[in-house]
Design a binder for this molecule. Structure first.
Ligand code: CP
Length: 312
């Protein structure tokens, strides 16, 4: 079985079979990461360029590690030290890099649709590593993999996503991915940070975090984007924490353990308290580990890979 597309631009419209293929392949690669020698020859001879126009810790390092674990040649591009500073366009930059004979471009960009644009001008495989407030598909896939390690089935599972839904590519990709897998989703946050008509995507909405906690198996906190403060989506960070912060006191009122997730970076004491972020029910660092396996899986499958066990 192979993926239907040679690009990964988003999870909107993705079929459940494709998600399951990516997750199953990632489970095989996850095992490679626990070996003393964490490397397989799967993508030997292939070149992947990580084209990052926005800052990143987890996604950039995770892709680079995934490429190295698969024996691909990994090249990092940072817009701040490139000829972008001299006015070169995204398409010109990408076409020049492609002229150096590469196979795959991983792109993070602040403009929604930047990865889609590259598919019109380039022959390389394109992977979206986050495009503005649009999608972050590999984040949602690593979230699905992490959830599956703690909950046997997505059907019957309820996932709460709490925070700045309006500006979150993580929320949108998770909505598409979780829906495709059959989970129920409740979005929660200040009304100013929940887009109108998002219920048309088949999600529930609540403005009461305590009510959400009563009804979910998994709770995903989103980063409050401190760089957007000053635009008054809510009165203060203290008030946000009081109304929507995930705290131990709130979680103790639930009658079951809830799996706690966060894509990072965390604002401790704002969207999540430190003791919850570091608690036994937090899988935040597992998400990061699984990110390498998911990115190995996506790189492998987009390059035409089918049967991962033969490669290992
Ligand atoms: N989760 C995530 O995308 O983190 P980075 O911005 O550090 O890559």
């Amino acid at each position: 079985m192979a993926l239907k597309s040679r690009h990964l631009l988003g999870l909107e419209g993705i079929e459940r079979n494709d998600i399951e293929l990516i997750l199953n392949t990632a489970r095989s690669f996850r095992e490679v990461l626990d070996r003393p020698i964490k490397k397989v020859p799967t993508l030997q001879g292939q070149t992947v360029v990580n084209l990052f126009y926005e800052s990143s810790t987890r996604t950039r390092i995770s892709f680079e590690l995934a490429e190295k674990r698969l024996s691909a040649d990994a090249v990092n591009f940072s817009s701040s030290t490139s000829s972008v500073k001299k006015g070169e366009t995204l398409v010109d930059t990408a076409r020049n890099i492609e002229a150096m004979k590469i196979d795959t471009i991983v792109i993070r960009h602040s403009s929604p649709g930047a990865p889609h644009l590259l598919t019109k001008y380039l022959d390389s495989n394109i992977i979206n590593a986050g495009d503005g407030a649009h999608e972050h598909p590999t984040q949602a896939l690593l979230d699905l993999l992490t959830i599956s390690e703690h909950h046997p089935k997505f059907e019957g599972l309820t996932v709460g996503i709490v925070g700045d839904i309006s500006h979150s590519r993580v929320a949108l990709s998770n909505i598409h991915g979780l829906k495709a897998m059959g989970a129920k989703i409740i979005l929660c946050g200040p009304s100013t940070l929940i887009p109108r008509e998002i219920d048309k995507l088949g999600v529930d909405i609540s403005y009461n975090i305590d009510e959400v906690i009563e009804n979910v198996d998994v709770l995903m906190a989103l980063r409050i984007q401190l760089e957007r403060q000053g635009t008054s989506f809510f009165p203060s960070l203290r008030e946000y924490h009081n109304f929507f912060g995930i705290t131990r006191e709130r979680l103790e009122k639930a009658n079951k353990p809830i799996t706690i997730m966060h894509p990072g970076p965390i604002n401790r004491g704002v969207e999540i308290s430190s003791d919850v972020a570091d608690s036994e029910h937090s899988v935040i660092l597992d998400q990061v580990t699984n990110g390498v396996a998911i990115r190995m899986s996506v790189l492998y499958l987009l390059s035409g890979g089918q049967n991962v066990t033969e490669q290992n």
